[in-house]
Design a protein around this ligand. Structure first.
Ligand SMILES: NC(=O)c1ccc[n+]([C@@H]2O[C@H](COP(=O)([O-])OP(=O)(O)OC[C@H]3O[C@@H](n4cnc5c(N)ncnc54)[C@H](OP(=O)(O)O)[C@@H]3O)[C@@H](O)[C@H]2O)c1
Length: 263
């Protein structure tokens, strides 16, 4: 499946319907059991003034865990942040045969990855300097900025020919700020927040909502396919964060709606 849609949304009546149906198309990847009639009709209202108005150009791909070919993968992959989500994501890369170098603020969380065959570097700067592509899965905007742009951060080690993929959930402004720091070095940047939780992360069933440098998206697509089941490319940096917000709202409303029937 390739080009799904390209549009802008401004007015309330059109935007709420368009936005919800776009995100619902994505939600059916997350939650195929969403009833058909809920996919067809928007069942909540957005504010009368649009709260953002991006132009999305959505490319989607249903990933297959067997699609990655070793010779198509970036040679060295860095992974920063080995929490609930980052640890299984990095493990799936190692198990798929990738050459992975890890860093985590609490070093002991690197040990299971090192046991599986990953290498360790003592700072984000050194990971980024030694890898072709570096993923970051941090707790929040503050930690994402600190690890990318702070002292010994990835921006000090990265440069032309390399890429930085932030898979943390952060707001669009944070993502744009990190992107600016990374791109100032000559490297490429992709935001790629995920939908899913611990179990989908362990099973390689995450969904990536990506935006930023398309060439980096193409480069890391086989890696996203190892860690996830679907990926969407949404254009400019900030659109991934915006779509993650929309999907969270829809899923939250759906869960509330669904539980009201079973309780
Ligand atoms: N958990 C989920 O179900 C889920 C689902 C979708 C998306 N997400 C998103 O995924 C991201 C990671 O979530 P998670 O559940 O994996 O969180 P987590 O288990 O709390 O892990 C957070 C990671 O961030 C690191 N960190 C926190 N503050 C830091 C700082 N100041 N400097 C450096 N590193 C720092 C932690 O290092 P330490 O180990 O040293 O604490 C850890 O590696 C978040 O953006 C979250 O919103 C989570």
């Amino acid at each position: 499946m390739t080009l799904l849609l390209k549009t802008s949304f401004y007015s309330h009546s059109h935007s709420s319907h368009f936005l919800s149906s776009t995100a619902m198309a994505m939600c059916s990847s997350f939650c195929p059991q969403i009833p058909y009639y809920l996919k067809e009709k928007p069942y909540f209202s957005f504010p009368s003034k649009p709260f953002f108005s991006p132009s999305f150009k959505v490319f989607s791909s249903q990933a297959s865990n067997v699609s990655a070919k070793a010779d198509a993968l970036p040679a060295r992959i860095g992974f920063l942040g080995l929490g609930i989500m980052g640890s299984p994501m990095a493990q799936n890369l190692v198990k798929a045969g990738c050459d992975v170098t890890v860093w985590n603020r609490t070093k002991s969380k690197c040990d299971p990855l090192i046991s599986l065959g990953a290498q360790y570097m003592p700072s984000p700067e050194e990971v980024a300097a030694s890898c072709d592509v570096t993923f970051a899965m941090l707790a929040d905007p503050e930690s994402a900025i600190d690890v990318a742009c702070g002292k010994n951060g990835a921006a000090y080690g990265i440069g032309p020919g390399k890429g930085y993929v932030d898979v943390s959930t952060v707001d669009g402004d944070t993502s744009k700020m990190i992107s600016a720091h990374i791109k100032d070095t000559g490297a490429l940047f992709l935001e790629a927040p995920v939908s899913g939780s611990k179990k989908p992360a362990e099973d390689g069933q995450l969904i990536f909502l990506t935006a930023g440098d398309k060439s980096l998206y193409d480069t890391v697509a086989p890696l996203l396919d190892i860690m996830g089941k679907s990926r969407f490319y949404l254009g400019d940096v900030g659109n991934g964060a915006a779509m993650k917000l929309v999907v969270n709202m829809i899923m939250g409303r759906f869960c509330k709606f669904y539980t009201s029937f079973i309780l």
